[in-house]
Design a protein around this ligand. Structure first.
Ligand code: ZN
Ligand code: ZN
Length: 280
């Protein structure tokens, strides 16, 4: 995050916003800047990508599904925007620790012991680690002793739109994002790779809620896409994963997508429309 903070300081905050008497390295100034940058960045990314997916990718026929609730879009957006705001406080605490040098983030490829292969390995490690921890975290969040307090808010939406992607109780959202933020404190990672991964995970989360159920055949078996995740929203105890089906397969919670078996939400809509017409 220091790359973003340095750029914001250089081009905007130091010349136009803060008084000259307030140094860039002042802790309070850094925390305020990080809060503003994190909120503006995350809200724009969420609303921008989700709106694009909603208008260009999401199949609007899904809104006719009987499980699509009243005012769903407004409820998803309200919860998503509010959650990002409250999540930003603990997230900024981690960004601040990172700026103060407590993480293992590095600036140059030459800082990696293995050079480029090291950077590629660390990205693969990031995806593997976060996929694994989120899977188990997600399963715990479904345990009946905690479910109703936190994760239930996300499952109000049985037929999610891209705006449901960030619609969580803030504590739930933060817990599920924690693996991303903890990784660079445990393992070395290039700073630019970390920023790109931060953008990627947000876009990925939106994409598994966007109702585009297509996945090329070989990937269907390995990648956890929107077809898998809509079954998580509909059937609850399956497909807890984030990017891959690996942990669902190992944990016994894998469900081959209903969409690919002719039993998806659009098939359901078609069936009730046809039976309604035949009754007329
Ligand atoms: Zn869930
Ligand atoms: Zn979801």
């Amino acid at each position: 995050m220091d790359l973003v903070l340095d750029a914001a300081d250089h081009y905007l905050l130091t010349p136009y916003v803060y008084p000259a008497s307030w140094p860039e390295v002042g802790a309070l100034r850094q925390v305020i800047s990080l809060l503003v940058l994190t909120n503006v960045g995350a809200e724009l990314l969420y609303l921008g990508v989700a709106a694009f997916n909603f208008y260009c990718v999401f199949d609007h026929r899904l809104m006719k599904h009987p499980h699509f609730i009243e005012n769903q879009l407004q409820r998803e957006i309200r919860l998503g925007v509010t959650s990002i705001f409250w999540m930003s406080f603990p997230t900024v605490a981690l960004f601040f620790a990172e700026i103060k040098g407590y993480s293992k983030l590095y600036d140059n490829i030459s800082d990696s012991a293995l050079g480029w292969p090291g950077v590629i390995l660390s990205v693969a490690g990031f995806l593997f680690f976060t996929d694994m921890v989120i899977y188990w975290m997600h399963r715990i969040l479904h345990h009946k002793s905690v479910y109703k307090y936190l994760h239930k808010q996300h499952h109000i939406f049985k037929i999610p739109t891209p705006f449901a992607s960030h619609a969580f109780h803030p504590a739930d959202g933060f817990l599920q994002s924690l693996p991303y933020h903890v990784y660079p404190f445990l393992f070395p990672l290039h700073k630019v790779a970390y920023l790109l991964l931060f953008v990627f995970v947000n876009i990925w989360t939106i994409s598994i809620h966007d109702g585009d159920f297509r996945l090329p055949w070989p990937l269907v078996e390995v990648v956890n896409g929107a077809a898998h995740h809509v079954d998580h929203h509909l059937y609850f105890y399956y497909n807890y994963g984030q990017y891959f089906t690996l942990w669902d397969r190992l944990g016994g919670s894998y469900r081959h997508p209903s969409v690919l078996r002719g039993k998806g939400p659009l098939d359901h809509i078609r069936k009730i429309t046809a039976s309604g017409e035949s009754r007329r």
